[in-house]
Design a protein around this ligand. Structure first.
Ligand code: ATP
Length: 450
């Protein structure tokens, strides 16, 4: 032993610096007391292997399906503790001083993980390299003390082109490199990777076979899934196995203006107006100019959305029931003013609780989010897709891709006759907005179709 490192004297928990005694055998069997115990999803992998990318993306998905999740990035703790000007020497295996500091940062971050999970959080995503048995044993110990489940997510990438692109397109823009030029940053980051390689111990089936984990190999070429424990972990696996990192864009558009839009009526299944038809032409021209040879087009099953796709030069369009507009129940076909007059109290509730309000015999935004889950998953799997549907549905899709809260979702603006192009980049989505300059009822201040 190099000594005993006392981290949390107050609670009498002592973590030895060297966990060899465990690593040589295997972690002891450990089951938290509750099936629904909070979970620490722990990333494992060398730098530039997409850990932060996957952490953020999975976090966004879990929050969207209603699981309270937060990502904890140890790099941010390190920068706060020792500054953001540390070059590769700081990450050398033989730099004992720096190693201690990095370990302390990981522990400080774990302390915040426990605060979050003890105050109602359901999943904490612990985003760090965690590349040694010792570090993973520490995380297991920490979780055991708190009664948390642990699920490891390891990214192994031997595709040098992917790693090089990750360094060039993402890593050189890291806060670690604000004061150095790009070439220096690239060289320094490659050195940093080498230091981690010197100490790297991938998750081992032999030594860590009783842990729950997924190994993602070469950005999704292969997966190895081990000892999955419960609903949440299987949802995470399902999500990860459906995601990819190929370049592509998702185009979102509301259907062209319909007769009901002009009359400010909710829902229904009315035809396009002349202006709506004009938008269909304009949309076809816009998509032609994008020069995509593999575009898939999805519409709802409602006439106004199907007809908006009519001039597109694609082999076929697919009609999804799940993309139909929110069901307004007994208020379908009415205007907002009519609802206000007929049921003033009800109208007040709609205004006060827009996300959770469920139209009698109809749906709420929350219901719509739930029914869109298969659409979201399929969008994750696809390359270029154009989705033509309705305001409430597009608000939900935008909230997912742009990470908006349920409070913000009902206020997202989705104007008529505008195409939104979403392109995944580093840790999020770039949004481009293309108004196609065809006037519509909403731009004259009238109601939308919800
Ligand atoms: P570090 O340890 O330095 O924080 P990291 O492993 O967190 O690095 P990211 O910052 O997440 O790496 O790298 C982002 C890039 O990784 C993005 O360009 C993304 O396309 C790519 N990426 C996403 N998933 C994977 C994967 N499974 N394997 C390799 N690259 C991936």
């Amino acid at each position: 032993h190099q000594g005993v490192f006392v981290l949390r004297e107050k609670r009498g928990v002592i973590y030895p610096l060297d966990y060899k005694y465990r690593v040589d055998t295997c972690y002891p069997e450990y089951y938290p007391r509750f099936v629904n115990a909070p979970t620490v999803i722990t990333l494992v992998g060398l730098p530039a292997r997409g850990k932060t990318y996957m952490a953020k993306k999975l976090g966004r998905y879990l929050n969207w399906i209603g699981i309270k999740t937060k990502v904890f990035n140890v790099g941010e703790y390190r920068r706060r503790a020792v500054g953001s000007d540390k070059l590769h020497d700081f990450f050398r295996v033989d730099n004992t001083e720096a190693y201690k500091k990095r370990r302390q940062c990981a522990i400080a971050c774990l302390e915040d993980v426990s605060k979050f999970l003890n105050r109602g959080g359901q999943v904490a995503i612990f985003d760090a390299t965690n590349t040694t048995f010792e570090r993973r044993a520490l995380i297991m110990d920490f979780s055991k003390n708190h009664g948390f489940k642990v699920f490891f997510m390891e990214s192994i990438c031997e595709d040098t082109d992917i790693v090089a692109a990750n360094i060039k397109e993402v890593k050189v823009f890291s806060p670690d490199y604000v004061t150095v030029d790009r070439d220096t940053a690239v060289d320094d980051f490659r050195e940093r990777i080498k230091h981690y390689e010197d100490a790297y111990q991938p998750l081992s089936l032999e030594k860590e076979g009783n842990l729950s984990f997924i190994k993602i190999i070469n950005a999704g070429e292969q997966y190895l899934v081990n000892n999955i424990d419960g609903y949440l972990q299987s949802r995470a696996v399902y999500f990860l196995m459906n995601s990819h990192i190929k370049k592509r864009s998702i185009y979102l558009a509301r259907h062209g203006e319909s007769e009901f839009n002009v009359q400010k009526r909710l829902g229904g299944d009315s035809d396009l107006t002349v202006r709506g038809e004009e938008f269909s032409f304009a949309l076809a021209r816009f998509i032609e100019d994008e020069k995509l040879n593999d575009l898939k087009v999805w519409t709802s099953q409602l006439k106004r959305a199907v007809d908006t796709a009519q001039y597109l030069k694609v082999v076929s369009t697919e009609r999804w029931k799940a993309l139909n507009e929110m069901d307004h129940g007994i208020y379908d076909g009415m205007t907002k003013d009519e609802i206000k007059k007929m049921a003033p109290e009800e109208h007040k509730v709609i205004e006060e609780h827009p996300f959770n309000y469920r139209y009698p015999r109809g749906e709420s935004y929350s219901d719509v989010c739930a029914r869109l889950e298969p659409v979201i998953m399929e969008l994750e799997r696809q390359s270029n897709v154009l989705v033509i549907c309705h305001e409430a549905i597009l608000q939900c899709l935008m909230a997912y891709f742009l990470d908006h809260s349920s409070g913000e979702l009902p206020n997202l603006s989705i104007p008529f006759h505008t195409v939104f192009k979403l392109t995944p980049i580093a840790y999020g989505c770039r949004v481009e907005r293309y108004p196609l300059f065809v006037t519509a009822a909403s731009s004259a201040g009238s109601a939308s179709d919800k």
